[in-house]
Design a protein around this ligand. Structure first.
Ligand code: ASP
Length: 330
């Protein structure tokens, strides 16, 4: 029998999402309702693995999370580790998990794991995956080899790096992938098994200011330039364009973006969902060689949404000059 006092200390923070959702009345849609203690009570074996303290950080659908909320979550999680927690597990909705995980990963200064999880089926549905995902997340958080890997996303018994993970299915149980990379590991018989050693991590300090905004626009066939041309007048301080193929836009967009790039950083990523942008292959107007000559940055393998978070944090530090080295490291 485990002596309770010898068990590792783990902190569980809960933000809402489907993992915490149930229907108020039969036939009604599900909404976030379950606080941390209720989630914990659904997985009694957790008490044999760790001394877990729970904190309710919010009961939100993840579409309504904000940068400020995630900075507050970061402060809370840092405080937990500084006060002796060996690992932190965070539950939230899956809709924005690929973004919030990367946001926190860029700022997570510890070797101690911060593991994020959620669920695809609400707590009131048969086959609810929340308890299994929560158990797996705790098991990953308690595995020694999880140290030094930053923020990890655990769902469906897979472990993904925050910098690679994407939600690629709207309702399927297997909704998360790391396209072009694959999961970092899996949960096998109660512990994380990794396919690779940890990557070298680069971490940012928290931003000094938060009021700025970075726009994200997607290129599409025969798109007009009205929104693009409005960007400078709307006060955005950075722009990410989710481009075609290997990071391309129309000749007309390239021209409009060139004048925007005179004033604010512009990143061009790929909207394809997998693979890097090119840097030296295509020579037409609106392709990567032209865009770089016009002062824009190619995203490499970083997806458009994650580019926006990186740029927002760098601008918040007044350190936009570091953008090329961050994109090169992805
Ligand atoms: N469908 C979402 C989820 O999986 C809702 C949300 O992101 O809050 O949790």
């Amino acid at each position: 029998m485990n002596d309770k006092h010898n068990l590792p200390r783990l902190s569980l923070g809960c933000l809402g999402g489907t993992v915490s959702m149930q229907a108020g009345l039969p036939g009604q849609g599900v909404t976030p309702q379950l606080e941390g203690n209720a989630l914990l009570a659904g997985v009694p074996q957790l008490g044999t693995l760790a001394r877990i303290t729970t904190t309710s950080l919010g009961l939100l659908p993840s579409a309504s999370l904000t940068f400020q909320i995630m900075l507050d979550v970061l402060n809370w999680a840092r405080g937990e580790v500084e006060r002796g927690a060996q690992a932190v597990v965070l539950t939230q909705g899956t809709d924005t998990l690929e973004e919030s995980a990367y946001f926190l990963d860029l700022l997570w200064p510890f070797d101690a794991p911060l593991v994020m999880t959620g669920a695809m089926r609400a707590a009131s549905q048969p086959g609810h995956d929340g308890p299994a995902n929560l158990l797996a997340a705790v098991q990953v958080a308690l595995t020694a080899e999880s140290h030094g890997r930053g923020v990890l996303v655990v769902l469906n018994d897979q472990v993904h790096l925050a910098s690679h993970v994407r939600k690629t299915a709207s309702l399927a149980m297997a909704a998360f992938e790391s396209p072009g990379w694959g999961p970092e590991g899996g949960v096998v018989e109660g512990r994380a098994m990794y396919r690779r050693p940890p990557l070298l991590r680069k971490v940012l300090p928290p931003p000094r200011r938060c009021g700025h905004r970075v726009a994200l626009l997607e290129a599409c066939l025969d798109a007009d330039g009205a929104l693009l041309q409005a960007i400078p007048t709307l006060g955005y301080q950075g722009l990410v364009v989710s481009g075609f193929g290997a990071g391309h836009v129309s000749a007309a967009w390239a021209q409009a973006m060139a004048s925007i790039a005179l004033d604010i950083p512009v990143i061009v990523a790929t909207r394809t969902g997998s693979g890097p942008t090119a840097s030296a292959s295509y020579g037409f107007a609106g392709a990567e060689i032209d865009l770089q000559r016009k002062g824009m940055h190619m995203a490499g393998s970083l997806c458009p949404r994650k580019c926006r978070l990186l740029l927002w944090l760098l601008i918040g530090l007044g350190n936009e000059e570091a953008l090329p080295s961050w994109l090169a490291a992805r």
